[in-house]
Write a protein that binds this ligand. Structure first.
Ligand code: 5GP
Ligand code: ZN
Length: 112
C-alpha cells in the first residue's frame, strides 16, 4: 500500500484528505466526493486490490469483515431506513477507481 499510486490507498494513508466516518486497522469509510444520493459513502479495505476476480481467502476475509461492519456504520450515518450497496466491476459498470470499494447509498428513497 505504501508505494501504491492509487488514490484510495493515498486516502487510506492520509496523504489525500477525506471526510472519514469510520476507520479501524483494516478498513476506512469516507464520504464520496461527488455524492449520487443524500448519503453516499465509500468503504475500502486498507489492503489494495482491484477487482473481485482477484479474490483469495485473505481478501475474502477482509470483505466479510467489511460487510459485517457496514450495517452499523450505515445506520449511524443517516441510513436508518435502508441503503443500497454497489460494487462496480470494470469498464462497463463505470468503475473509475481500481481499488475495490463498496458504495453505500441511502438517506432517501433511491430510484432503481
Ligand atoms: P467507481 O466509479 O470506481 O465505482 O467509484 C469511484 C467513486 O470514488 C466515485 O463515486 C467518485 O466520486 C469517488 N471519488 C473519486 N475520487 C475521490 C476522492 O479523491 N475523494 C473521495 N472522497 N471520493 C472520490
Ligand atoms: Zn489502492
Amino acid at each position: 500500500m505504501k508505494d501504491c499510486n492509487c488514490i484510495f490507498c493515498k486516502i487510506a494513508d492520509g496523504k489525500i484528505p477525506s471526510a472519514k466516518v469510520y476507520e479501524d486497522d483494516r478498513m476506512l469509510v469516507f464520504k464520496d466526493i461527488e455524492p449520487k444520493a443524500k448519503v453516499h459513502l465509500l468503504a475500502i479495505g486498507k489492503d489494495h486490490f482491484k477487482l473481485l476476480s482477484e479474490m483469495d481467502s485473505e481478501r475474502a476475509e477482509l470483505l466479510s469483515y467489511m460487510f459485517s461492519k457496514i450495517p452499523q456504520i450505515a445506520e449511524q450515518n443517516g441510513c436508518k431506513n435502508g441503503y443500497r450497496l454497489v460494487i462496480n466491476q470494470g469498464d462497463d459498470a463505470g468503475q473509475t477507481v481500481f481499488h475495490l470499494h463498496i458504495h453505500i447509498l441511502g438517506g432517501e428513497q433511491l430510484p432503481w
